[in-house]
Unconditional design. Structure first.
Ligand SMILES: Nc1ncnc2c1ncn2[C@@H]1O[C@H](COP(=O)(O)OP(=O)(O)O)[C@@H](O)[C@H]1O
Ligand SMILES: [Mg+2]
Length: 292
């Protein structure tokens, strides 16, 4: 079997003030999949992301890339960060340039690419986040959502193999969330491995292929979303409830309205199943009426 693109193996992290970030955390990211990392506040989600791109180093345990341990050498960490892009939760912490184009071009310029390639990458990245024509804009005049998109563009311009996003949906309005999810889907379809953290259990189960549940600095479960969706016990330990679509479906299945399997993973998918079911039953009653 192919190695996970990135893997934390039994990682401990203690912050300088003595606070525990991670405790025996083991988590593997399958290549090209959409991963969601769920957990209560303080569970260690942001700490996991910082380990996966080498910003933090394990106090104990190991980071592996394609099955190989990543040592702490400058060269190894620089190579890792070229392949693994991290979008911080707070755009103010990520943006540093006065203008959008300058900010987005910083990464590719640092890769030593020629000016034409950098310009093409900046254009493509701004297009991808819906900010075509924004290169000359002043960063400090942008809205929160636009700043967030500039951050994402800056990471996309590096053409990372793995894209890590810390609470990317927080603070975005609903249409922007839909656009961002669609962008992440396109990236994953092209083979980019995407991992995001979120508080939104409904979004996570509707969107992700794989779910990782974090509680008190360790990963208590990692599995395809359909296998964890109804695990109220594990979800509760990680500070979450069962997704709404799953809870509704369980009630409808118990009343015989919908079959027990398959369980739709999002409310729109549940509505579709209901609609299909209504269409089927009205088609059947039409047939019955016409044969009477
Ligand atoms: N810079 C830091 N210094 C000290 N403790 C920290 C720091 N960042 C996080 N922690 C602690 O590490 C634990 C995990 O934090 P974090 O990874 O930010 O969790 P999450 O992203 O899931 O909310 C928490 O107990 C938090 O207080
Ligand atoms: Mg966090």
């Amino acid at each position: 079997m192919a190695h996970p693109v990135l893997e934390l193996v039994d990682v401990d992290h203690v912050y300088p003030d003595g606070g525990t970030g991670l405790r025996g955390c083991t988590l593997a990211l399958g290549r090209g999949r959409r991963h969601a990392l769920l957990g209560a506040n303080g569970a260690g989600k942001s700490t996991v992301l910082r380990h996966l791109n080498g910003l933090l180093r394990p106090g104990a345990g190991q980071l592996r890339s394609d099955g190989q341990p990543v040592d702490g050498s400058r060269a190894a960490l620089a190579a890792l960060r070229r392949r693994v892009g991290l979008v911080f939760q707070d755009p103010e912490r990520q943006l540093f340039a006065a203008h959008v184009g300058e900010d987005v071009s910083f990464g590719p310029l640092n890769l030593g690419l020629d000016a034409a390639t950098v310009a093409a990458r900046v254009d493509a990245a701004l297009d991808a986040v819906g900010l075509h024509g924004y290169a000359g804009r002043a960063v400090h005049h942008l809205s929160f959502g636009q700043k967030k998109r500039v951050c994402i563009a800056g990471v996309l311009a590096m053409e990372p193999e793995v894209l890590l996003l810390d609470e990317p949906m927080a603070g975005l309005d609903a249409p922007m969330q839909v656009d961002l999810a669609a962008l992440l889907d396109r990236l994953a379809a092209r083979g980019v491995t995407v991992l995001l953290t979120t508080h939104d259990v409904d979004f996570a189960f509707g969107w992700a292929d794989d779910i990782h549940l974090l509680a008190a600095g360790r990963c208590i479960a990692s599995a395809p979303a359909e296998r964890l969706a109804a695990r109220a016990d594990l979800l509760h330990t990680a500070g979450h409830r069962v997704p709404l679509a799953i809870a509704l479906h369980a009630q409808l299945a118990a009343r015989g309205v919908l079959p027990a399997i398959p369980a739709p993973r999002s409310v729109p998918a549940l509505l579709e199943a209901l609609q299909a079911d209504l269409a089927t039953s009205s088609a059947i009653s039409n047939i019955l009426e016409s044969t009477e």
